[in-house]
Design a protein around this ligand. Structure first.
Ligand code: SAM
Length: 311
């Protein structure tokens, strides 16, 4: 059901990137092509490079963006490899780059991809279809590693108890499906009616982040992306949870030349740079009307930087 993915903050993306998008636009997470189409419409003189790590999204985006013909190229790659991709394709410095992080509805709603606790499927969760699956992780990682994953990436308060239950359960039989894991988590952390969100939400989020190295991808993306921009080019990043937004906020502050070391560090270790101006004083959030029309947009936060001339 690809049509059901509604891109978030589309008006704001066009508002912030549209004015500079007269050259090459990079949509680093092209997904189903919603933002890409809006940017191509807003900037008729532009070309667009769409990037996605998911081959199914690439096929979908190519289909959706076909009407734009030779203005569009879509490539299957992770966005931490953007600079080499630009030189491989012999493309100019982009005037605008967008990254809309996380998963698309194409991924979340597909039972066989194993992202969702509300539909039974294989415990997979790989966006790109390569590397270890969520099942590999829960069945082989040692208990301490699982505690760290559930706590750090899911902020799950009962991470220790969940990790212990996983290790006990897999000693009998490996966990292979989403419902086996979600039932186990529900038994450990409590029933759904007692909690605001589904009891397995945090553990599933944590596994997805770990399986796809989502935070590592983001950390490796920001500086090279900014360095690839032409002067006065802009980078916009939309994040969906505080772990991502923190990386973007601190990453942008450092790229603007602000030290982001903890106050108790005796000397600066973050090596601030002088590459960008942060254009958004705080995160750009969706309007009430957008949240009502698309509840998934509720947690979206966008931050935008502009590359300084002469940097
Ligand atoms: C929220 S969706 C993007 C939706 C898109 N903006 C649209 O309008 O349809 C995020 C997409 O980013 C892709 N993605 C996530 N991390 C990625 C990475 N490190 N490199 C490339 N693509 C990534 C996912 O596969 C997914 O298709």
């Amino acid at each position: 059901m690809p049509e059901v993915h509604i891109p978030v903050l589309t008006t704001e993306v066009v508002e912030w990137l549209g004015p500079v998008a007269d050259g090459l636009i990079v949509d680093a997470t092209v997904g189903l092509g919603g933002h890409a189409a809006a940017l191509l419409e807003a900037a008729p003189g532009s070309r667009l490079l769409g990037v996605d790590r998911d081959p199914e999204a690439v096929a979908e985006a190519r289909r959706r963006l076909e009407p734009y013909g030779r203005r569009v190229t879509v490539v299957n790659r992770t966005f931490d490899r953007l600079p080499e991709l630009l030189s491989e394709l012999d493309l100019p410095a982009p005037s605008a780059i967008l990254a809309d992080l996380g998963c698309s509805s194409l991924q979340l709603d597909s039972q066989r991809r194993g992202f969702s606790f509300s539909a039974d499927g294989p415990l997979d969760m790989r966006m790109g279809g390569d590397g270890p699956t969520a099942a590999d992780l829960v069945n082989t990682a040692d208990e301490e590693e699982l505690v760290t994953v559930f706590w750090r990436y899911g902020e799950e308060r009962r991470s220790r108890a969940v990790a212990h239950a996983v290790v006990r359960r897999r000693a009998e039989r490996p966990l292979t499906t989403t419902s086996e894991l979600s039932d186990l988590v529900e038994r450990v952390v409590g029933r759904r009616s007692e909690r605001r969100i589904h009891p397995a939400t945090r553990v599933f989020q944590a596994l997805r982040i770990a399986v796809n190295d989502e935070l590592g991808q983001l950390e490796r993306f920001l500086e090279p992306a900014v360095r690839s921009l032409r002067p006065r080019g802009r980078l916009a990043v939309i994040s969906f949870h505080s772990l991502e937004d923190r990386i973007v906020k601190h990453g942008f502050a450092r790229l603007q030349g602000r030290c982001t070391c903890p106050p108790d560090f005796p000397e600066c270790r973050c090596a601030p740079l002088d590459l960008v101006t942060v254009l958004t004083p705080g995160p750009v959030r969706p309007s009430d009307a957008e949240i009502e029309a698309n509840p998934r947009s509720r947690s979206a936060r966008m931050r935008v930087v502009e590359r300084r001339e002469g940097s």
